[in-house]
Write a protein that binds this ligand. Sequence first.
Ligand SMILES: [Zn+2]
Ligand SMILES: [Zn+2]
Length: 374
Amino acid sequence: MYRILIILISLAVSSRVQAQQNRAIEFPDVPGYYTLACDLHMHTVFSDGSVWPNIRVQEAHRDGLDAIAITDHLEYQPHRHDIPNPDRNRAFDVAVNSNGDHPLIVIPGSEITRSMPPGHANAIFITDANALVAPVGEEAIDAREVFEEVARQGGFAFWNHPAWTSQRSDGVAVLENMHRELIDADLLHGIEVVNQFTYSDEALEIALANNLAIIGTSDIHGLVDWDFEVAQGGHRPVTLVLAEERTAEGIHEGLRARRTIAWHRNTLIGRESEIVPLINASITVAGAEFRGGTSILEVQLENHSDARFILRNTSEWTFHEDIDILEVSPHTTTTFSLKTLEQETPYLISFEVMNAITAPNTHPEITLTVTTND
Ligand SMILES: [Zn+2]
Ligand SMILES: [Zn+2]
């Protein structure tokens, strides 16, 4: 009796440990592309963060990320009396060294830290962060010239937290003339629609209207585990980049081609051209059969992703058990039953995907083709 109790307790403990360890951010690849989870905005003690760069690397390993960019502030150096930081490439170099042979891709980056406009922007894939900032005590470089230097270095620039309340007290992102000019000159290529804890409808509209990459980032300063409550099932926001190859160049090309999806809380945010293939790769039909002697079809859906999909039935059939909303938990098989009314197979079952958006208040639709096993 006691032995059984001990076994039961140890099973319960080990399954809890497993749940805690299964923190990797996982989405399936889509036809033609790898789906790479990237966090392209984070801080260390080399600006106003609280950790050494190796901790950012270790957090990324634990989260199963494919790529990170450490983007310390160029113009904001509150720790400079303790860490003078004369070489702005140093945080990247420390991160690369601590990464060792791990497949995590570490991308060089910096945060251009200006008042609005242009506000803050990340420059990634740069070759020398030192060229983006004036030496201490000297007059700041004109903001536009910094973006031009990023372009000379072949870098990719995106607008950070455009709805940040320290620069927009109403929390509404507004595209100003300087942003328009940067976009027109191909000096600004993306925008954070998700930053840390916040999402911006207006930023998504700006992204869609100006063909900018849709970006989601953690902007982590402290610890990912604490800020995003990973032990309670939370995760940091990331950008899923659809890349032709699992390399830094592949990610850069994917960003330039705007093949991105932001993953925030339980929501996917992106263009239909990326989001629909990702949902179709995430939810597949594992099987379907009629309940003995009836025309009620039981359909098994397999979810290969971290998303808890919330699907609203828009097909011509009604469900037998669920109302019109179906929840498909991450990494499980979910069964629902459909009243087919003896129509012929295959059944094209359409759903509105409520936990994904392609524009403010706009959810994508998917269609599952279901055929019976017999
Ligand atoms: Zn910032
Ligand atoms: Zn930041």
